[in-house]
Design a protein around this ligand. Structure first.
Ligand SMILES: NC(=O)c1ccc[n+]([C@@H]2O[C@H](COP(=O)([O-])OP(=O)(O)OC[C@H]3O[C@@H](n4cnc5c(N)ncnc54)[C@H](O)[C@@H]3O)[C@@H](O)[C@H]2O)c1
Length: 247
């Protein structure tokens, strides 16, 4: 197995479950040392504590101080961070029309899905600028491109993330840092399993391939996006929708 990421340091947020976990293991398989960030300390211990290429970090990524402290510790130890993958995400309350959306819940979803990615980017990018290299990947969603009915908070927070990806891609284009996003349709994870079945059906019915994506498909695409090979694409949202988005 070619080790594309040998001697690289990566941070993956939301690494204790679903897509984040699959990406964290894929990066380790390819030689990276992975700092696995998540709220769920038990799951982090279960999956990462016995792996010498992983460092589990129990953290709430909506807490900016905690994010800065943990990332500064990593920089002191490793000197450089090569890869940041932001996989943390929640749907919030779904299957609700916009005029009925609970504002506190909407703010929470923005804090987790968008602001946490601002915090981690701000903490990591200065180090990437210093060593003239970096790969940042934000997990967006088809909901951010198209707007899923019944999912105002989630869709709008993911659209914000796609907007930030374009801004950051432009800003750092000459610095050796690429910033991209990935927009999956539906992949069966706890995030999807916790949604009302009627909302999940709405989303899966829209997939032309008539199936959900797999964790391996997500991890393989992510590996490419954060590898040195992906050197001429930035500010872009990669599609993973089984044909739903053809743009
Ligand atoms: N599964 C899908 O179909 C799908 C589709 C499109 C986009 N996405 C996006 O992909 C990403 C991963 O989704 P998933 O399906 O793997 O979800 P998941 O629920 O399986 O995993 C999310 C992880 O984030 C962690 N987390 C949540 N809030 C946190 C916080 N404040 N601080 C630290 N950790 C926190 C959770 O503990 C969990 O381990 C999300 O951003 C999601 O929006 C998923």
């Amino acid at each position: 197995m070619p080790a594309k990421l040998l001697h690289q340091t990566a941070i993956v947020t939301g690494a204790a479950s679903g897509i984040g976990k699959a990406i964290a293991f894929k990066l380790m398989e390819h030689g990276a040392r992975v700092y696995a960030f998540d709220l769920n300390g038990n799951l982090l211990q279960e999956y990462f504590s016995s792996n010498s290429d992983a460092v589990p970090v129990e953290i709430d990524v909506t807490n900016r101080q905690q994010v800065n402290d943990e990332i500064n510790k990593i920089i002191s130890k490793e000197k450089k961070i090569d890869i940041l993958v932001n996989c943390v995400g929640i749907t919030g309350i779904t299957n609700t029309k916009s005029h009925l959306v609970d504002i506190e819940n909407l703010k929470l979803v923005f804090e987790v899905n968008f602001m946490s990615c601002v915090y981690t980017s701000q903490a990591v990018i200065p180090n990437m600028l210093e060593h003239h290299y970096g790969r940042v990947l934000h997990l967006a969603s088809i909901a951010g491109k198209e707007g899923n009915a019944g999912m105002l908070a989630y869709s709008a927070s993911k659209a914000a993330l796609i907007g930030m990806t374009k801004v950051q891609g432009s800003e750092y284009a000459e610095s050796g840092i690429t910033v991209n996003a990935m927009a999956p349709a539906v992949i069966r994870t706890p995030l999807v399993d916790n949604m009302p079945e009627v909302q999940v059906k709405y989303m899966t019915d829209k997939i032309p391939m008539k199936r959900c994506g797999t964790l391996q498909e997500a991890a393989n695409l992510a590996l490419y996006i954060v590898s040195p090979e992906n050197s001429f694409t930035t500010g872009f949202t990669f599609d993973l929708t089984g044909g739903r988005a053809r743009y």
